[in-house]
Design a protein around this ligand. Structure first.
Ligand code: PLP
Length: 405
């Protein structure tokens, strides 16, 4: 967990030391990951699979080794259960399309939660529109945790799938996914876990969790953009029709018809991002060398410390204060008359002091509606952040508040 490993962090922004607290949007990359990309294009780049020549065989081996590293990281039974996608969003769209084609009929129901990212809402809405199905939403309690009793009541004989985030990208809270999965399974309903905000921060074990599907994005895990994965239990993946048609996903193409490839290639039409997968594998090794437990403990300590500091600033309202969190805190600031200080103004003044935070709806407009705010300020941590940076942020925030209130 050496900040020096991340060259981008060693710079000034607006003449101030950069403090990067926008890790929930994307993380920075260690030098070993940057080197891996250069190495790939300098020494072994070639299109993978079916290549008879040396470079193609090396590239294929690197890509498949990366798949195995990722399968092990998330605790999958086999590499066959790990499909490469362009990211969490594509994983969810793939699932909504393929699962929808196979299993969703008019009048069926799909359950998501009130704190989902748009990526875990819109694909299901599109599926419901296509099939005449209904989207049901697990509400939150006053403390912004999910209302599990209400969830139990939502599960019905027409429920065909539940899809929820393991960690909220806005509130940072860790949802009780094991319980959500257990309750769904007791009624024979499969569950998809959106792991975009959990895989970077806490150890993930899809087998222990017993989820049926799991999605995440490499770029939030210290790896390049443009690649992610969809895990699916083999018996489910085997029942799904293909997603996109093209090269790689076929066994034979004849004018009379096409037969499809085996898992996982059946869902991977076209040339995959084999440089991205390789670099992702390097990033996973880097995280494992630091230790996933150690990363989680460090970030949870930072989150608790930041929350404690924020709670001491007059006018600050922390959302889901005191709940167990993995790396992100959302808050707003109110003036003495109770008027909201616009998050964008705070974000701009923080930026001028070198502090990178995210403001706005965080791709969760339905959650913003529930909170009755246009947006929040979100700080989110990576393994390289420190308490000293939290102190710099707190000083900068206090200065920004003095300027605005
Ligand atoms: C919980 C959650 N789901 C889905 C996504 C979408 O991820 P991507 O843009 O990498 O596809 C994000 C991104 O912030 C997220 O936080």
């Amino acid at each position: 967990m050496n900040k020096e490993d991340f060259p981008i962090l060693n710079q000034q922004v607006h003449g101030k030391r950069l403090v990067y607290f926008d890790n929930a949007a994307t993380s920075q990359k260690p030098q070993c990951v940057i080197n891996a990309i250069t190495e790939a294009y300098s020494t072994w780049n070639a299109n993978i699979h079916r290549g008879t020549h040396h470079l193609s065989q090396v590239a294929t081996a690197k890509h498949e080794q990366a798949r195995a590293i990722l399968a092990r990281m998330i605790g999958a039974d086999s590499s066959k259960e790990v499909l490469f996608t362009r990211g969490t969003t594509e994983g969810l769209n793939l699932l909504a399309f393929c699962y929808g084609e196979a299993f969703i009929r008019e009048g069926d129901e799909i359950i998501v939660s009130a704190l989902e990212h748009h990526s875990n809402i819109v694909p299901w809405q599109m599926l419901c529109d296509r099939k005449g199905a209904m989207l049901k939403v697990i509400p939150m309690r006053d403390d912004l945790t999910l209302d599990i009793k209400a969830y139990e009541r939502l599960l019905s004989p027409r429920t065909r799938l539940v899809s929820v985030a393991q960690v909220s990208n806005v509130l940072g809270i860790i949802n009780p996914v094991e319980e959500i999965i257990r309750l769904a399974h007791s009624r024979g309903v499969p569950v998809c876990i959106d792991g975009a905000q959990s895989a970077p921060h806490i150890p993930v074990d899809v087998r222990a969790m017993d989820c049926d599907f799991f999605v995440c994005s490499a770029h939030k895990m210290y790896a390049p953009t443009g690649i992610g994965l969809l895990y699916g239990k083999q018996h489910w993946l085997e029942q799904l029709p293909p997603y996109q048609g093209g090269g790689e996903m076929i066994q034979h193409v004849r004018w009379e018809g096409t037969t499809y490839n085996e898992l996982p290639y059946r869902f991977e039409a076209g040339t995959p991002d084999y440089v991205g997968s390789y670099a992702w594998g390097v990033a996973v090794r880097y995280m494992q060398d630091c230790g996933m437990q150690a990363i989680a403990a460090h970030e949870q300590e930072l989150t608790a410390y930041a929350e404690q500091c924020l709670a001491g600033i007059s006018g600050v309202k922390i959302y889901a204060a005191g709940q167990p969190k993995a790396g992100a805190i959302s808050f707003n600031v109110y003036d003495a008359a109770g008027k909201l200080v616009h998050p964008f103004d705070l974000g701009t003044l923080l930026d001028q002091q070198g502090i990178a935070v995210r403001t706005g709806h965080h791709c969760a407009e339905t959650l913003m509606d529930a909170l009755q705010v246009p947006g929040t300020v979100r700080i989110s941590f990576g393994m390289y952040n420190s308490k000293e940076e939290v102190d710099l942020f707190v000083t900068a925030l206090q200065r920004a508040i003095r300027m605005l209130v």
